[in-house]
Design a protein around this ligand. Sequence first.
Ligand SMILES: Nc1ncnc2c1ncn2[C@@H]1O[C@H](COP(=O)(O)OP(=O)(O)OP(=O)(O)O)[C@@H](O)[C@H]1O
Ligand SMILES: [Mg+2]
Length: 485
Amino acid sequence: MEATGSDGQQDFLPEGLLRAPKVLVVDDDPNVCKLLEYHLKRAGCDVSIANSGEAALESLNDGHPIDVVLLDFRLPGITGLETLRRINHRNKPASVIVMTAHGTTEEAVACLKEGAYDYVRKTNGLDNLRMAMRNALETVGLKEEVEQLRAKLVEKDRHFPDIVSRSPAMTQVKKLVRMVSSRDITILLEGESGSGKELIARAIHTHGDYRDKPFVAINCAAIPEALLESELFGHERGAFTGAISRRIGKFEEAQGGTLLLDEVGELNPSLQAKLLRVLQTKEIQPVGGQTRKVNVRIISATNRDLGDSVRKGLFRHDLYYRLAVFPILLPSLRERKEDILELAQFFLRRFAGHEESPVTGLTREVEQALLDYDWPGNVRELENIIYRAVVLSESELLQLRDFPVLAISAATTPPPAPPTLSAASPSPPEVPVRARVVSLEQLEAQAIRQALESTAGNVSLAAELLHISRATLYRKSKKFQIPLR
Ligand SMILES: Nc1ncnc2c1ncn2[C@@H]1O[C@H](COP(=O)(O)OP(=O)(O)OP(=O)(O)O)[C@@H](O)[C@H]1O
Ligand SMILES: [Mg+2]
């Protein structure tokens, strides 16, 4: 193959391709390989060589992703055409440009039929090949862009459900979220369990300038103490028994983005001291390694009263002040009853959609019971009981019997009060709807069993349905002795 045409080596790399394209050259002639390797490398490609179809397939099966294959038509062993066929049967086929010495029209047609991206004659010099490469790489770039966009959409859908609220208290929280979302400021989210701390942390991340950077969350309570330091800061190879390779910690994973330290109140004194040092120096020290600079915005979350832990000497006061530069207190659900029905409708629509159930709403009686309930488990509890009710219900409107936790002894339940027609008419005396308290844990265990049942034991799907992490699902299943596959 002759090196004809312009020597503008970059000219076949399309704009917008942000990484070096990976090209596999397959030819039994070492001179052709060398020549192509030289030109492709100069143009910025990452090149590998195979001298036969077998070697090419082996190298593709190695798991190294290849963008474009330059494939000689006449090869010893399995033919170029057969190699092409096998490449295209792979899960993620590369774009294949077939090169041939002389080439007949039949050959060209056969190649294109087998899914070749293009077909070039070696005798035409490098120019044709450049053009074919450029087109192929443009397609690669476009495919990647589409994949990234799709991944972002899925990610958004999965992780950033809307913050549903209508209460003034949550309007204030959302205002704070907007205020801090683009700032490198250390934020402490305080609120009862299930009140939405993680949701708010993610909202802070996605609503501001950090949205394209990583968001990494670590639950300090869910990880055994002995592993937590290496989870946070990483470790070097051989730092301790079992550390067979170097590992990057959550701080480095979140580099440039946001790190959520969930349940930060659970950190032991030694890790509290280490975290304080990170906040002071902006450096981490992997276990068994050298210190490294990190640039991470930290959001911590706690469902304890951290101030109280400080007073009791359980949490360092200097660390507390560093973490609580910007505290945001999430009100419990019982403090914002205006949100209850809004959230109930939101979860109902979501689960009814997932489960293809006939449910479209709630009876007035249920609405009243939801408003009267105390919600010790906050929004998560509401989410779980709506899920359970939607799964169990066979009617369009959820009935009180679908909510054991709210179940009311029939004898004490008056029919729902009719709506008052005018402001002047006296409102009927309010009869309190009393909830029969069923243990929250029982309910939780039941929800987990149902989720596992409806996903045929698939832990990831079940965790997704329950809107908890897999780790939490494992922890809770163990606690409630629910066997997992
Ligand atoms: N305002 C809201 N709108 C919609 N969903 C919400 C809202 N608040 C909470 N949720 C949902 O409720 C569940 C619990 O929220 P989240 O995990 O953020 O709470 P948490 O305070 O971090 O709880 P824990 O202290 O137990 O970790 C999640 O599934 C979350 O998506
Ligand atoms: Mg949480």
